[in-house]
Design a binder for this molecule. Structure first.
Ligand SMILES: [Mn+2]
Length: 483
């Protein structure tokens, strides 16, 4: 049995608002699928975030369909779960469309049972079914992304994953940050699940969400199979740069090195042993230049630019203490004839007058959430505003329908019972907060960009959640949404 394990494709993303980045993300996906087909795998897993947003553009859908037709033509099934970026509470999602076209099989909880060559299902309650993939004797289980407080309830008394997958074997696909593997990555702040909260018994844990590759063997974890994150297929942010250039005040010339988090790709898994297969992602340079005057910084930037390949992306961070501060616009001009595909400057330069002695880092000045917000505003204002628009409409949808006992949702929105159930469930979970606007709204909508959602989600643990009648049972969880 041989399969491919892909995650975090983020199809449709135009990083830095650059159309060529759309093509890069698509190219990486096509390469991964082509290499999987060529390796003659029995099936392909996509462990969440196939799309960058839950409502991808028609162009993105068309491109996804075109690529996913490659395995279908060879009779290779593709099993998928939704990640935090592409999950939706809407009745019909792009995943349903792809499934309808016979291009993917989604696994997890569904309203309808699934029958067919590659799928199995089990009735859990009146209108809930557990759906899994089936290839020969092997079962491929999974659950789309959930927040920690949806999975681990009542201070750990209820573990939805353990209840749902009790006694199951085969493969488990999840899109969550597991603390054990996240801790030594640039995504160490991400936290959804402790190692001990994972259900045991599976031969392979196909994970997504952490954008760098990591494997933990059973000898390290005590679990029945390896845990594996293949990482994202393209470089989604500066911490995944291919190369690092550092030019500090003490250095006479810049130091250049490869980033160990740089290589991008996916796993081909044979006998449940993952082997990394690299895809050709665009070179991405993380550059840090330190200087104590504008002229020193400029001179160093010019020197460094000759080390950056023309087809690369470069994020150049200026550091140091400069009297009067600096204006980034002056630096943009320096490189406009460099031919570098895309570059951007960030400033950590401190004006002497403001902070003379101690240099405070961004980490010290801002909360995690503020930094996240600033990063979006600074780097990807367009994307941020799209995300915000989506969030606002989601919020309005939610408030429009009032309290759960209030309105017949379906009349207004045409929602099906499942949608109603899901929404009501959400409304109940949020009931204690209903009277006011959540303080930190964008977290839930855009948590994964840096995987920094963990801390905030943890906060939810302590908040009062209405008690189900029989809190210990899976059935109670499944029935939560019912009126
Ligand atoms: Mn992701």
């Amino acid at each position: 049995m041989k399969f491919a394990h892909i995650a975090d494709v983020h199809l449709g993303r135009e990083q830095f608002n650059q159309p060529f980045r759309y093509e890069d993300y698509l190219k990486a996906f096509r390469e991964a699928i082509e290499k999987s087909v060529k390796a003659n795998v029995d099936f392909i897993l996509i462990a969440g975030d196939l799309f960058h947003v839950s409502r991808p553009s028609p162009r993105t859908i068309r491109d996804a369909v075109e690529v996913l037709e490659l395995p279908r033509r060879k009779g290779i099934p593709v099993f998928a779960i939704e990640g935090n970026h592409d999950k939706t509470i809407r009745e019909t999602s792009v995943f349903d469309l792809l499934e309808h076209l016979g291009l993917i099989y989604t696994v997890g909880l569904k309203r309808e049972p699934r029958e067919g060559e590659f799928q199995g299902s089990k009735r859990l309650s009146e209108n809930r079914y557990l759906i899994w993939g089936q290839v020969g004797d092997l079962e491929i289980h999974g659950l789309r992304h959930h927040t920690r407080w949806q999975l681990i309830r009542n201070d750990g008394a209820i573990n939805v994953l353990k209840a749902l997958f009790k006694g199951k074997k085969g493969i488990l696909m999840l899109h969550q940050a597991i603390d054990y593997l996240a801790k030594d990555t640039p995504y160490q702040d991400a936290f959804d699940l402790k190692l001990s909260e994972l259900p045991d018994g599976f031969s392979y844990y196909a994970l997504g969400h952490i954008h760098v590759r990591r494997i933990a063997e059973p000898s390290q974890t005590g679990l029945s199979g390896p845990l594996a994150y293949p990482g994202s297929l393209e470089r989604t942010e500066v911490r995944e740069a291919s190369h690092l250039i550092r030019y500090s005040s003490r250095d006479r010339k810049p130091k250049i090195m490869e980033n160990r988090e740089g290589p991008k790709g996916f796993y081909i898994v044979e006998d449940f042993q993952p082997k990394f297969v690299e895809v050709d992602a665009r070179p991405f340079y993380s550059v840090r230049v330190e200087g104590n005057s504008k002229s020193e910084l400029k001179k160093k930037v010019e020197e460094v630019s000759s080390l950056i390949p023309k087809d690369a992306i470069a994020v150049i961070t200026l550091e140091g203490t400069v009297k009067g501060g600096i204006a980034l616009a002056e630096f943009n001009d320096l490189l406009k004839d460099s031919g570098i595909r895309y570059y951007t400057f960030r400033s950590r330069v401190v004006g002497e007058a403001v902070l003379s002695k101690e240099r405070l880092s961004e980490e010290e000045l801002f909360t995690e959430w503020e930094r996240e917000l600033l990063m979006h505003l600074r780097v990807e204002p367009k994307e941020f505003s799209e995300g915000l628009t989506e969030f606002v409409s989601w919020l309005m949808e939610r408030y429009e329908k009032g309290t759960p006992s209030n309105v017949p949702v379906s009349k207004k929105t045409g929602a099906t019972p499942e949608m109603k159930e899901e929404k009501t469930a959400e409304a109940r979970e949020e009931a204690p907060q209903k009277a006011r606007v959540p303080e930190k709204p964008p977290e839930e909508k855009k948590p994964a960009k840096t995987g920094k959602s963990g801390k905030e989600e943890k906060d939810h643990e302590g908040k009062p959640v209405p008690k189900p009648k029989n809190p210990g049972s899976l059935d109670a969880w499944l029935r939560r949404g019912k009126p």
